[in-house]
Design a protein around this ligand. Structure first.
Ligand SMILES: *[C@@H]1O[C@H](CO)[C@@H](O)[C@H](O)[C@H]1NC(C)=O
Ligand SMILES: *[C@@H]1O[C@H](CO)[C@@H](O)[C@H](O)[C@H]1NC(C)=O
Ligand SMILES: *[C@@H]1O[C@H](CO)[C@@H](O)[C@H](O)[C@H]1NC(C)=O
Ligand SMILES: *[C@@H]1O[C@H](CO)[C@@H](O)[C@H](O)[C@H]1NC(C)=O
Ligand SMILES: *[C@@H]1O[C@H](CO)[C@@H](O)[C@H](O)[C@H]1NC(C)=O
Ligand SMILES: *[C@@H]1O[C@H](CO)[C@@H](O)[C@H](O)[C@H]1NC(C)=O
Length: 492
């Protein structure tokens, strides 16, 4: 843990007093978050760990076992699910490789003041149908090898290997769409049965990712209110049980599938659940706030689900912060899952204790921004003859290497004219490139400005400094940029 100077501590204590100590309240029991780092400018790991602690979050799920992340978590006491990416699964079908992996990524942190590892996630949704079966043969052997290596290294009692799976590994039959009819997907039924029996033997939980948002996305017939937790006009009735939200129905479909596979009591961890705020007509801060308010209230009440009543569910929210470099193949919303923005600022009111209070998360501290300089379409250049296709090519280029997902239909920056689109794209690229002067060229079509081009709904962002840039005297850098911007602006 980074040490606070006395002065900083005084500021923190003062802030705590001003905030009425609200951030010392514990988060809902069992609540964790996913911490992904697929961003052009990830927050410093130490800021993230402090932010987790400030918000009372005691569990975190990772997508790798990156040394910088692990070192930041050391000594924090936070429970960690480390992960093995899918592309390593093939290698880990060899026991010696699994033993090395555990040695380097688990045993290494297992000392007093080290990392409190609780789970190893073997792969990430490896049986997703869109992966075309690529990992079907390697996942189970890798799972077995990792658990055996954990056992052999003496970690087996406290650290369990599990496989985070998408909810598409189970379903109910087309003609009987009720949770009690849940079964594992027919093409992988035998494999899933073997896996869940192995998990049961080793004392590991089943880990599932459940996305009410995705039920709604791309299905115009899905009842909107069924994705939330405030009741619905169209409940699903199953053996006299009324399901009023798809989260419970989905969870209980899994419980039924587990029972059919002979392990009805297997503990279930929800590895991912959340709601994005941009990139689709149903991805908004307003709906995300509504979703989490309902989910957190439900979790805090320890009500469980109809098939597993009166239990608390271990849940990892997806996700902690926006990641502007995620693959957008599933949809433009992929880069907007954060309960906090890319810079660690809260997006909407959220009460992790589930009491529905109108509170905000505690933002990341110690974040430095690049200077307040934007890159926009140069209005003079835009009126030149034959600029059309050149403009299109440059916008495409910018959006290939930077995040333009807020421009699409139903998103916060949709509805601007072509010039607005171009400015947005140029700025996104310029920021992604750390505001390098040459990143605002675009064949003479772009120009830097000190005037914020943001609109009421659309933020033209300023990126944050990443660790490679920290240490640069910020004031000197801002002055240098200011001078060069003024120079550009007075040039005809
Ligand atoms: C984990 O261990 C392997 C060696 O088995 C190593 O190659 C890798 O870099 C380590 N870190 C991660 C994140 O997998
Ligand atoms: C899966 O197959 C489809 C159709 O053949 C293809 O477009 C896609 O790229 C494949 N995905 C992977 C991950 O191999
Ligand atoms: C998995 O194993 C089966 C049977 O050995 C084989 O037919 C199939 O091609 C393998 N799949 C992959 C993706 O390697
Ligand atoms: C599951 O594990 C429990 C003990 O943890 C055991 O009693 C039970 O027999 C196991 N079930 C199966 C199907 O292996
Ligand atoms: C702006 O960009 C979005 C997303 O690519 C597109 O849907 C829209 O039509 C563009 N607007 C104009 C005026 O070109
Ligand atoms: C834009 O950014 C500001 C802070 O810079 C924030 O308060 C506001 O909520 C953001 N708006 C959107 C639509 O993201």
């Amino acid at each position: 843990m980074a040490r606070c100077s006395d002065r900083r501590l005084a500021v923190v204590v003062f802030a705590a007093a001003v905030l009425g100590f609200s951030w010392f309240l514990p988060a809902a029991e069992g609540l964790g978050v996913n911490w992904g780092t697929m961003a052009t400018h990830p927050l410093p790991a130490s800021s993230v760990v402090r932010m987790l602690q400030d918000n009372g979050i005691n569990k975190v799920k990772l997508f790798d076992a990156d040394a910088v992340t692990m070192e930041a978590l050391a000594g924090s006491g936070i429970e960690v699910m480390v992960a093995i990416p899918n592309n390593l699964l093939d290698l880990l079908t060899d026991y010696d490789a699994a033993r090395d992996w555990v040695h380097q990524n688990v045993s290494r942190y297992s000392f007093d003041g080290g990392v409190n590892i609780k789970y190893v996630a073997v792969g990430n949704e490896p049986f997703l149908t869109t992966l075309n079966g690529t990992f079907l043969n390697v996942t189970f052997p890798a799972l077995q090898n990792i658990q055996r290596a954990l056992d052999d290294a003496g970690h087996g009692d406290s650290i369990k290997a599990t496989v985070p799976l998408n909810a598409d590994v189970y379903n109910s039959p087309k003609d009987n769409q009720v949770p009690s009819a849940g079964l594992f997907r027919s093409d992988i039924a035998d494999l899933m049965t073997a896996i869940v029996q192995f998990l049961n033997q080793s004392g590991a939980p089943f880990t599932v990712n459940i996305y009410p948002f995705l039920s709604l996305y791309g299905n115009d017939n899905f009842p909107l209110d069924y994705a939330f937790f405030d009741g619905t006009s169209s409940p699903v009735v199953d053996n006299g049980i009324q399901y009023t939200n798809v989260f419970d129905a989905n969870f209980d479909t899994l419980v039924s599938a587990l029972a059919a596979a002979g392990v009805g009591g297997l503990p279930v961890v929800v590895g991912e659940v959340g709601w994005p705020t941009d990139g689709d007509k149903h991805a908004s801060a307003e709906l995300a706030q509504r979703f989490y308010a309902g989910l957190l209230r439900k979790l805090a009440s320890n009500a469980g689900t109809p098939l597993r009543p009166n239990t608390y569910v271990e849940v990892y929210l997806f996700s902690l912060v926006d990641e502007d470099a995620k693959n957008v193949a599933p949809g433009n919303f992929e880069r907007h899952w954060g309960i906090l923005r890319y810079d660690g600022q809260p997006k909407y009111a959220m009460d992790l204790t589930g009491q529905g209070r109108n509170t905000a998360l505690v933002a990341a501290r110690g974040v430095s921004y690049l200077p307040r300089v934007w890159c926009v379409l140069n209005p003079g250049a835009a009126s030149q003859d034959g600029v059309g296709s050149r403009l299109g090519d440059n916008v495409n280029y910018a959006c290939t290497y930077a995040d333009c997902t807020s421009l699409g239909y139903g998103s916060t920056c949709n509805g601007m004219d072509a010039a607005g689109n171009a400015s947005y794209a140029f700025n996104a690229y310029f920021q992604a490139q750390d505001q390098a002067e040459e990143a605002c060229g675009f064949q003479g079509l772009a120009v830097r400005t000190l005037k914020d081009p943001s609109t009421n709904t659309c933020n033209f962002t300023i990126q944050i400094e990443t660790s490679s840039a920290t240490g640069t005297p910020v004031v000197a850098m801002a002055m240098a940029v200011l001078v060069s911007v003024l120079a550009v602006m007075v040039t005809p």
